[in-house]
Design a protein around this ligand. Sequence first.
Ligand SMILES: Nc1nc2c(ncn2[C@@H]2O[C@H](COP(=O)(O)OP(=O)(O)OP(=O)(O)O)[C@@H](O)[C@H]2O)c(=O)[nH]1
Ligand SMILES: [Mg+2]
Length: 150
Amino acid sequence: MQEEIKRNRIMLVGRSAAGKTTLLQRINNEELKYHKTQTVHIVGNFGIDTPGEYLERRYFRGALMVTSTDADIIVLVQDPTEGGTMFPPNYGSTFPKPKVGVVTKIDIASAEEIEQAEKFLRAAGADEIFKISSVTGDGVEELVDRLQIL
Ligand SMILES: Nc1nc2c(ncn2[C@@H]2O[C@H](COP(=O)(O)OP(=O)(O)OP(=O)(O)O)[C@@H](O)[C@H]2O)c(=O)[nH]1
Ligand SMILES: [Mg+2]
C-alpha cells in the first residue's frame, strides 16, 4: 500500500510588491503576470495569497490571524530591494505555526541587500530562510521541497 504523504497549506505574508503572488504563480506553473492582490485568495490547493495591505495596516491584522488558521506553515516574504522591512521584530510569534522566511528577487538584489533581508526575516521570527527568484526560478525547487506542498 502506498503511504499518503501529507501536503501542507501555506499562507504568504509580506508587504505590497514583495513578490507573494508571483512566487505562487511560479510554483503553480502559471504565466507570471502582475496583478495587485485585493483580497485573500487560494492558489491551487496549497497556497493562500494575501494582500500586502493586510500586513501594512493594523486594521487588517485580525483578518490575517483568522486566515492563518487554515495554514500549516506561514511564509514571511521579504523583498531585499525594499530598503527596509514591514515586519515588526518577532512578528511571527503572533502565529503559533512554523514560519519559513523567503527572500525574493535575488536576480536583481545585491549580496548586501540579500543579507540584510535575511536579518529582517530572522528578527521577524522565521525559523528557516530560503532565497529565491520567481523570474529565473532559482531556489524555488528547494523551497517547494521543504514546504511539502506539491
Ligand atoms: N526581478 C524580479 N521581480 C519580481 C520577482 N518576484 C516578483 N517580482 C515583481 O515584483 C512586482 C510585485 O510582485 P507581486 O508578486 O505582485 O507582489 P505581491 O507581494 O503579490 O504584492 P501585493 O499583491 O500588492 O501584496 C511585480 O512587478 C513582479 O513582477 C522576482 O523574483 N524577481
Ligand atoms: Mg499579490
